[in-house]
Design a protein around this ligand. Sequence first.
Ligand SMILES: [Zn+2]
Length: 480
Amino acid sequence: MTIATTSESITNLQADAIIVGLSGSELQGSAAELNQATSGGLQSLLDSGQAKTKVAATTFWLQPSGINTKVVILVGLGENPTAGDCFKAGGAAAKAIANKQISSAAFYFPELDCPQLESAVAGSIVGCTGQDLHKKTKSLYAPEQILWATSNTEAVANGDKIGTGVNLTRELVNQPPNYIYPESFADQAAQLAELNNVTVEIWDQARLEAENCGSLLGVAQGSDKEPRLMIIRYTGSSAENPHLAIVGKGVTYDSGGLSLKPSDGQKTMKCDMAGAATVVGTIKAIAEMELSCHVVGLVGLVENMVSGNSYRLGDVLTSRNGKTIEVLNTDAEGRLVLADVLDVTLGLKPQHVVDLATLTGACCVALGLDIVGLFTNDQTWCDQIVNSAAEVGEEVWQLPMTAHFSDQLKSKIADLRNIGAGRWGGAITAAKFLEEFVGDASWTHMDIAGPAFADSEKSYIDGGASGVMVRTLVNIARGM
Ligand SMILES: [Zn+2]
């Protein structure tokens, strides 16, 4: 798929499909031109209620007279579209035309500002790309070429790079766990080093042992697949210390270990590396956009399996920073992996740290499946993330970090235990556990367990991995 701009008018352009964005009650620009060319056809579709302007509502209009294109898809942008609305509208239209292979689709949207246009373009790239990686007959076919009718080539190029980053994250998550395991994930992510200003460092089993990453290694020891830790550095600025460290949980498959998950719970556990995949997709986008910041991404890659060598309930692990951890549930493994990765992160002295993890089912219980939970030790930093997410239309919500939740993490035999003492507040006790490993760094934790992976499709995106938070993180890096 290639993305380009066009200055051709809607009535002259030759394309397999034309997509027209509708916003507000008055037809303007290309929509008004189309209405005129079709002798008021568009207005009557709207008047009769056949076409809707609600965000991401699509209407097919076959063989309208007066233009060169056989198929027009009308897509709603709502009254005053936000960047998030534009992402959904771009995605819904692209998904609507992706049921068969076409060579070209052209988007005619009303006049949009840069963030709106970027989001719409990113949406169009994400919407036509599916999770059908191993199907002979695909569910979605991306058009060979997508054209955007605008003179703002920079916003289109950036939207392309952001959408491509989201899709990279989605593909890594959607690939099955026999394809993506720590070593193969690291191999794929290492390709980022081909980009300007990107270097990649990979720690193997021996290095992890030498670095005393006992918490991460404890989780990994039940699997035949060796663990990895990656440090991906993007130096778009000469600042010595990173402005931002993005840390991702990369449990490439989570059986639960000896605290085995039931079959239903295991089915989608390839998605337990979504945090790590988000790091990779984000750094790709940041590097392609050549942002002037210094960002480092760290991912901890393990497979949580059952074998004669699995870590046990009751084991005590010694983490890299020296704290000992009593394991009381082997399915609370993500925090054990992150404990060591966060400690490695502190050594790089970043100004701000954000970690992403499909960490707890409790976060889904609290916030549902579409909202990312935020937890912080630095309110200013968290507010910056909240604002950045709002700008691109991704949903986040902060949960409390009151000190008393730490009481639940006390162990009789070690410094910490790896699960809270009771049923309640599990997303918070998990965050409190991570907080033990961030020292006095400015840190925010994102629990993406709900939004990272969906069982069913939405109008603007296929089911499976969502690539959530890539757009927010790119937006944050931009301001640094
Ligand atoms: Zn788990």
